[in-house]
Design a protein around this ligand. Structure first.
Ligand code: KG4
Ligand code: ZN
Length: 337
């Protein structure tokens, strides 16, 4: 089934075509230069950029794939969580297409799409345990099936990506700073500075990263030397990876029915996080599913991939599909006719 996926929940406009679980073509426009000036995403500017780019990107995608719009069989769109104005641009475009082409519309939970994208090119296993780590979210989930996903834990304050972005900006890297922190850490030979591992001495699966962010920002004083900067980045990589591994390991111990570990989202591109998750999956004798580096961040392929799975199973939404802003639960309201 040829499924179109539209991603516009934050600062990337991503469109892709997936058929039988494989990406046929994709386009991605990043707004990083627009927001870098402000050290973070400006919602109003983000939605304007999506609105400006989505039409031309759709034409480009059709040209790249060498297909006509009427060949599209299902239309999937990220329906939240995200920035409401940005989500609405994708949803309006998807609804218009679904109406004109008379094709099913599928609203995809952005976080579920991240998790499912860990299986692209592989045979998924269920039940599985999932860790989604991005700029806005840090969640542990139990995936009983592609459409039965239960949140087991979440961050109480900052997301893992937010820690990298804020500490990185303080160290002089431009937004989003996660990749640059990771690259800087790679230049340090040792384990780096020792940082607190917050919120691990409890028995829950939630995270709290704000204390770690503050501790690392305080070390990132003006005038740090290149060596000190590398040691801070290495220490941050280790601390974040360790906290994620402790809580994910705890979740795996509590859910022995899990047959695999999925790790996805922008921070799943982090070298130390990837290495630590490999160790963890190995300790538990489980296969590890992670997207390739280029699919860890926001993209249209993950929406099209999840959308095709749902559409094939007969799920869809009406034209009244609601976009859900960050902070509000995304309803499980997909219908099977
Ligand atoms: O999933 P994503 O593209 O967007 C959201 O849904 O938030 O994640 C973006 C986040 C940013 O905070 C970015 O700095 C972080 O992922 N990131 C990384 C790395 N690459 C991207 N963080 C740490 N190490 C990386 N290599
Ligand atoms: Zn994301």
């Amino acid at each position: 089934m040829l499924c179109l996926g539209l991603e516009s929940s934050c600062d990337e406009t991503g469109l892709a075509l997936v058929a039988d679980g494989k990406a046929i073509a994709s386009v991605l426009a990043s707004q990083v230069p627009v927001h870098a000036l402000f050290d973070g995403v400006v919602p109003e500017l983000a939605s304007r950029e999506h609105s400006r780019l989505i039409g031309p990107l759709f034409d480009l995608l059709m040209a790249k794939a060498g297909i006509a719009p009427r060949e599209i069989e299902a239309i999937a769109v990220a329906r939240g969580p995200g920035l409401l104005g940005s989500l609405l641009v994708g949803a309006a475009f998807a609804k218009g297409l679904a109406l004109i082409l008379q094709r099913p519309l599928i609203g995809v939970n952005h976080l579920h799409a991240h998790l499912l994208s860990a299986c692209i090119g592989k045979t998924p296993v269920f039940p599985a345990l999932g860790l989604v780590i991005s700029g806005g979210h840090t969640e542990i989930c139990l995936l009983e099936s592609p459409w039965q996903i239960t949140r087991l834990g979440r961050t109480l304050d900052d997301a893992a990506g937010e820690v990298f972005d804020k500490v990185g900006c303080r160290l002089g890297f431009s937004y989003p700073a996660g990749k640059k922190v990771d690259e800087c850490a790679a230049m340090h030979a040792g384990a780096g500075v020792s940082l607190p591992l917050p919120y691990i001495h409890n028995d829950n699966l939630d995270f709290s990263f704000s204390g770690l962010k503050t501790a690392a920002v305080q070390l990132a004083l003006d005038g740090v030397t290149a060596n000190e900067r590398q040691a801070i980045c290495a220490g941050l990589n280790n601390a974040v990876a360790e906290v994620l591994a402790i809580k994910t390991g705890r979740a795996l111990a509590r859910h022995p029915e899990a047959r695999g570990l999925y790790v996805a989202g922008g921070v799943a591109a982090n070298s130390r996080v990837r290495a630590r998750m490999e160790e963890l999956a190995c300790q538990h004798g489980l296969p590890l599913f992670m997207p390739p580096l280029k699919l860890c961040g926001d993209n249209g392929v993950m929406i099209a991939y999840a959308g095709e799975i749902f559409a094939k199973a007969g799920f869809g939404h009406g034209l009244d599909l609601a976009s859900i802003p960050r902070g509000r639960p995304v309803p499980a309201d997909m219908q099977r006719p």
